[in-house]
Each structure stands twice: as C-alpha cells, then as structure tokens.
Design a protein. Structure first.
Length: 560
C-alpha cells in the first residue's frame, strides 16, 4: 500500500475523517488551533475513555470519497485510504501503535512477533490460537506464506501495491505448529515490524492463491476477514457500506453495533455533519472550522496528521516533463510556502511546506532537503533545457510548454493549482487545470499515467522504509506507487542501502540521502502536512484525531 516515521503509503484524492486538506476559506484566525504540525508522534486527541464509560450499541457514521475499486488492499486498485479505513476495522494487523508511533504486539492476533535471528534475519510470528477468519477457518502460517509469495514480486501477474519487504523474504516455514510462521530473509529489512502492521494487513491464503483471484476476485465484495467488525452490506444504489460485529470474533465485544460509511463528495461533508448525517469529518479550511465549531454537539479534536499533499510529475518517455531539468525548474518555480500560507493560515500557528519526502515534520530524521522558490533560477533552467519564450509560453521544437494539471474535484486542490498556475505563468509555463471525480481517480487516471502533473495525498504509518521502493524506486515492470515513472538505478541502489540497514540512525541518514536524490531527479514536490483537525460528535469516545496511533475498534463508541 501507500503512505512516517511513517511507511506504507495509502494514496488518496481526498479522505473524510482522515486528516485531509479540504477547502481554503477566508476570514481571521478566530478559533484556530495554537501550535504547528511539528509535534507529530507525540500526541493524539481521541477523547479517551475506559470501556465501561461507553454505552452498548450505536452506529458510527463516517464518510469516504468513493466505494472501493478493489477490496484486496494488497492490489494496486485497493491501495487507497478509503479502502484502508474499511480494512483497519476488519483485518488482522500484527502491532498496535500508540500516539508516539511505538508498536506493541497486537495480542488479538499474535501472542508474539520477534526478531529471532539477524544473520540471516529471521522473524517468528506466533498466532493467537483463537484467531479465525470470518468463514471459520483458522489463521495459520500458510496465510503468511501465501501473502509473502504474492508480494515478493517474483510473479509479475500479481498487480501489487507494494513489496513491503517480501521481495527480501527467502522463505516462510511452519514453526512449532500451524500457528507459527518463521520468515527467513535473504537481505536485511529495516521495517520488518511493518509487514503486517500500520497500513498493511494480513489476508487469508485464498486471496493470494493465484494472480487471477488476487487481481479480480474481490472487485465487487470483500475478502474473508478477521476483525472485530465484518462487512455486512454494500448498497451501491445508496453508495453505502455497513460494518457489523463479527459473530466469530474472539476478542472483546465491540461497543458499537455498526459502522456505516457513505460515499460523499467533498462539498457535502460539512453539510452532512451539520445535518447530523455523519459523526466525524476532517477539517481543512477556516470556513469549515468555523462552521463545525458553531454546530451543536460537535467538537474539534486536534493532533498533527500523518497525511500530506504533494505534486507528482509524469516523467515517462515522451511525456512533456520527461526531462528532469524541466521538472526541477518547475519545482523551483512553485511557491510552496505561499501555498501553505494560503491554505493553512488560521489552521496552524505557523504554516510551513513539507520539505522532505520520507519523514514528516517533528519526526526523527526530518530535515529540509528541498529546492527554494526561485523564479529567476527556474527560468534559467528552462532556457538551458532548450525551452525558449515565444510570447507568453515557452516552446521547444515546435511544442509549447503546456502542462495538464490533474486533480480530484475539490476546492482546495483547485485553489492550490491556481496559485501554481500564476507562479508558473511568470516563467512561461502554461498549466491547464483539469478536475476528476473520486471514483476511478487512481484506477482510470493516475495509474495509467494520464497526467502531466498530478495532485493527491499520501497517508503514512510509523514504518517509512517499506515505501521507499514503492514510491521512489523505478521498476518499469512493477508500478506499485511510482505513478510518475521517475527514477534511476542510482536511486534504486541508495534505496537498497537504506532498506537493508538495521541500525536505525544509519538507516535514517541513508533515507535522507534517498530524499536528496528524489528532489534532484524532480520526482515530486511535497506540499503540506495535514493540520490534523477533526470535527466529531462531542459524545464520541476513543475516536477523533488519531495521529500516528491505531484505533482499538472494540472501544470506539458513544458515552453513556
């Protein structure tokens, strides 16, 4: 999947309830949170309460931008935050994550997960003997082995979202019994704790049985699951999905009876909150913040977000941005600080652009490796690349420098694009702003490369190294998350060094070397980290601005 220290990245055009940037409104800073996003990994704000304070039953109503394109979260079409939100309540993960991003073994599924050898690296998973899939079959070592094989990349028929380190797993063997799996690696893998954690899940072996089932078997409905909740209904006419309690669940009984997800356009989110149709929504504008604050029974919960917006360039052969010099020039010609100020002023105390691809502000390893906004340098770079001004627009070999800028149809994306459009017009680059609906945004537009510049957000988790190859590795026959098809053997080699380093400090240093190379090749430009403001019902407990942490879905509910 996709998605800091974070890791597996989930791609999103816009996410309700996740910490997405939405519209940019006017007005003053009244009611704005004090403090910037720099404290991620230190706190969250979920209205914590013990289970005895939460009433039995109830329906939590949330929103997504569209129904899943594929319920297999390992598949490239299932690699989005909307699908990930559904899977987090229904699928096994090996570790629970606290507000500081620290993992502890999720004992609902595993009694232990241990690094049992370093030469060769071996990890031993001991499965909870009570753990079963929703169809009644036990969770065993064979499920782990099947997923490892599917994500290894050895069979290119599997259209995977990410290797997530399984390309480095030599073998998976049965341990002391069917409830234990021993993974042996042929190369070290730094983020071994993230292979079934964060934004990554364990799926049953039936999902990974063959490429045909993996790719197409779960387009219309979910895979067998093993969470506190399972999918109980999918209403495509109403664009609604309902999760109910899993009758085969062996853990603590969830407080909620159901969780209902409705697919809504971004413009409908705040009205739905006002009309008591949904219970939580991410807040990304001053106007939305004021509206939510004035809505009866709604409070704002705040914790720095693990989501960030960015601009990706299409560098595939023949594309108008195939030349890395041109991509870098365009990055220099975009006022990212101006964008951050315009969008986030009033939402955070000191808006700043994100200056690193790998690490978020406030996390160990974060440093500024970016290019400064410099129109004069950008214009010179374009001149040197052979793009000469002809009137208002540059040309080269009879081709005008006109760039199709693709984005989800949301006010904030359009406003950011308009700022870029004004910036780039000053150096003779014309951009055409083209909006797309949420449905099919990645499957039909971004994955095929039908863009010159593309907007979306990444959502991270506490395991950043798994996504280095996923997004910035260049493997022409293995797309994963490098939708702009930009990269080089040199970047691949540096990624290999970082991912293979088990010493955390050395790995961080190597990851920053990767980041510098990614900037230099003009792969993409991070824009802003989410301010992390979420409007929720004031009687909703154990849910809200979760930051890097994972939810305990058995404890979410409404106060007595």
């Amino acid at each position: 999947m996709r998605k800091r220290s974070t890791g597996l990245r989930l791609a999103i055009p816009l996410v309700a309830v996740a910490l997405a940037v939405t519209a940019c409104g006017g007005g003053d800073d009244s009611g704005a949170p004090k403090g910037s996003v720099a404290a991620i990994g230190t706190t969250n704000d979920i209205n914590p309460h013990p289970a005895e304070d939460v009433r039995e039953g109830g329906n939590l109503r949330l929103a997504v931008s569209s129904l899943p394109e594929n319920w297999n979260g390992m598949h490239n079409d299932g690699n989005d935050a909307d699908t990930g939100a559904l899977l987090k309540a229904t699928m096994p993960r090996a570790f629970r994550i606290d507000a500081a991003g620290v993992p502890t073994v999720n004992t609902d599924y595993f009694t232990s997960v241990e690094l049992t050898n370093t030469n060769p690296q071996q990890v031993t998973y001991t499965i909870n003997p009570k753990a079963v899939w929703s169809d009644g079959t036990p969770i065993t070592w064979e499920d782990i082995a099947a997923e490892a094989q599917a994500l290894s990349g050895k069979n290119k028929d599997y259209l995977i979202a990410i290797n997530n380190g399984f390309d480095r797993v030599e073998k998976v063997e049965k341990g002391v019994d069917d409830r234990q799996a021993v993974l042996t690696f042929n190369k070290h893998y730094a983020d071994w704790k993230g292979q079934f954690s964060g934004n990554a899940f364990l799926f049953p072996k039936s999902v990974s049985a063959n490429a045909e089932v993996f790719n197409k078997g779960f387009i219309d409905g979910p895979t067998p699951s093993a969470g506190a909740f399972i999918v109980t209904s999918i209403d495509r006419a109403q664009n609604r999905i309902v999760l109910g309690r899993n009758p085969k669940w062996w853990g603590d009984t969830p407080k909620l009876e159901t969780i209902t997800y409705s697919a809504l356009d971004s413009a409908a989110l705040i009205p739905a909150l006002q009309n008591n149709e949904i219970d939580a929504v991410g807040i990304g504008s001053r106007d939305d913040l004021k509206t939510a604050q004035s809505t009866a029974g709604v409070v704002i919960r705040r914790a720095p977000g693990n989501q960030w917006s960015h601009l990706t360039f299409n560098g595939s052969p023949g594309s108008i941005l195939a030349d890395p010099k041109v991509r870098v020039a365009i990055m220099k010609g975009i006022d990212r600080q101006g964008i951050a100020t315009a969008i986030q002023n009033g939402l955070v105390e000191n808006p700043k652009p994100l200056q690193n691809h790998v690490f978020l502000q406030g996390q160990q390893g974060y440093q500024d490796n970016s290019y400064a906004f410099d129109l004069q340098a950008a214009a010179k770079d374009l001149d040197d690349a052979g793009w000469k001004l002809n009137g208002d627009v540059r040309e080269k070999d009879g081709r005008k420098l006109v760039i199709r800028h693709i984005m989800y149809n949301d006010t904030s994306w359009v406003q950011m694009a308009q700022i870029m459009q004004q910036n780039l017009a000053q150096i003779g680059v014309k951009t055409e702003i083209i909006t797309k609906p949420g449905k099919g945004y990645f499957t039909d537009v971004i994955q095929p490369g039908d863009f010159d510049m593309g907007f979306w957000s990444w959502v991270g988790d506490p395991f950043p190294f798994g996504s280095l190859n996923q997004i910035w590795g260049y493997n022409p026959n293995d797309l994963q998350g490098n939708y702009g098809r930009v990269g080089s053997p040199e970047v691949n080699a540096k990624i290999e060094e970082a991912v293979s380093e088990l010493d955390p400090e050395k790995a961080i240093k190597l990851a920053n070397e990767v980041d510098k190379m990614v900037w230099a090749e003009g792969h993409s430009a991070p824009l802003m980290q989410s301010p992390g403001n979420v409007a929720v019902r004031d009687n909703l407990a154990n849910f809200g601005a979760v930051g890097l942490a994972s939810y305990d879905y058995t404890k979410i509910g409404f106060l007595k």
